[in-house]
Design a protein around this ligand. Structure first.
Ligand code: KG4
Ligand code: ZN
Length: 337
């Protein structure tokens, strides 16, 4: 039997990506173009600029992906594209491109929720994963604790009430002068520092019924601590601040996950999203799941951040369980799971 080929397209924020995936999990090509340098001088993602960059990058990335996979459009069986959540202009560029390709060959099109894509990134390397599962999705835009009862059936147990975890990493890094994105630098510097500054813990940790997160209080406490030390001329030990901030944030994620493990019968825990690359989070989750006798999965760093292979994987499974989307599907910047 010949392979079922899915073409994946991702353009929800500041990464453009086109991937070719066989049978839902085998990556034949996963081309990613980051716009980091374009936005760096503005100190954050500029939506209009992001949309224009996607427009410029999509066709070359598509050509490269097809070439690396060694296929033509005639061999593609399904086009999967992110339709939300994200920046509306950016989403529209990918969606229009995907619709054009699907229409030109009469191919089925399937719209994918970006967050669902992050979850399915785990299946690219571990197709054997089976629900029931708990999944911690932690990225620059999201922090969700999900109970996955069956594929496609998600229950959001908790989410952030303010900043996303990655956003807190990025903002603290900015105040420390570490550049963007801040997560990887803080992760690295934290290894050289002592986590002995006591920043406040959120109250929801003590509430047995709450699985929500909050990071803005921690972020403000860290930023105030840095400013206070600078004003009084006291030295700021950057690795010490990085380690203390990271330990506090990771502790909140792990403690909420631990409560959920106690309350929901699962076989395994998944981590997904850019912050799933964090070495302390991986280590603490490994200790926790080992203690509880559960399996732990997380994608390789390249598959943790935004990429189209994860969109193709989610699209493949959705298409086979729920069928194709209408060609009238439109971008939904606030799409929920
Ligand atoms: O999933 P992603 O590429 O984009 C969104 O969909 O938001 O995640 C990017 C986020 C950034 O905030 C970045 O700082 C964070 O993931 N990140 C990390 C690490 N690597 C990336 N945060 C903590 N530790 C890391 N090692
Ligand atoms: Zn993402």
């Amino acid at each position: 039997m010949s392979d079922f080929i899915t073409l994946g397209i991702e353009s929800s924020c500041d990464d453009t990506s086109v991937a070719v995936v066989a049978n839902g999990t085998k990556i034949l090509s996963n081309q990613i173009s980051s716009q980091l340098d374009e936005h760096a001088r503005f100190g954050g993602v500029v939506p209009e600029l992001a949309a224009r960059c996607h427009l410029e990058s999509l066709v070359p990335l598509y050509r490269r992906a097809m070439e690396e996979a060694g296929i033509t459009l005639d061999q593609v069986d399904l086009v999967a594209v992110t339709y939300g959540p994200g920046l509306v202009g950016s989403l529209l560029v990918g969606l229009s491109f995907a619709k054009g390709l699907a229409l030109s060959r009469g191919l089925p099109l399937v719209g994918v929720n970006h967050i669902e894509g992050h979850i399915y990134a785990n299946l690219l390397e571990h197709p054997e994963i089976e629900p029931p599962l708990l999944c911690l999705t932690v990225s620059g835009g999201h922090t969700d604790l999900l109970y996955i009862e069956a594929w496609g059936r998600y229950r959001i147990l908790g989410r952030t009430l303010d900043d996303a975890a990655g956003e807190a990493f990025d903002k603290v890094a900015r105040v420390l002068g570490l550049g963007y994105p801040g997560g990887p630098v803080i992760d690295r510097l934290a290894r050289e520092g002592k986590p002995d500054i006591e920043f406040p813990q959120v109250k929801s940790l003590a509430d047995p019924d709450s699985y929500h997160f909050s990071f803005s209080g921690l972020k403000t406490a860290v930023i105030n601590w840095i400013h206070r030390h600078k004003q009084t001329g006291e030295p700021v030990d950057v690795p010490q601040v990085a380690a203390s901030f990271q330990a506090n944030l990771v502790n909140q994620l792990v403690r909420q996950l631990e409560k959920a493990i106690r309350a929901f019968p699962v076989r395994a825990v998944l981590l997904s999203g850019g912050v799933a690359s964090n070495s302390l989070l991986r280590q603490r989750c490994a200790e926790l799941t080992h203690k509880e006798g559960l399996a732990l999965y997380y994608p390789s760093p390249r598959l943790c951040t935004d990429n189209a292979a994860m969109i193709a994987a989610a699209g493949y499974y959705n298409y086979h369980s729920r069928g194709k989307s209408s060609l009238r599907i439109t971008a939904d910047p606030n799409l929920k799971l």
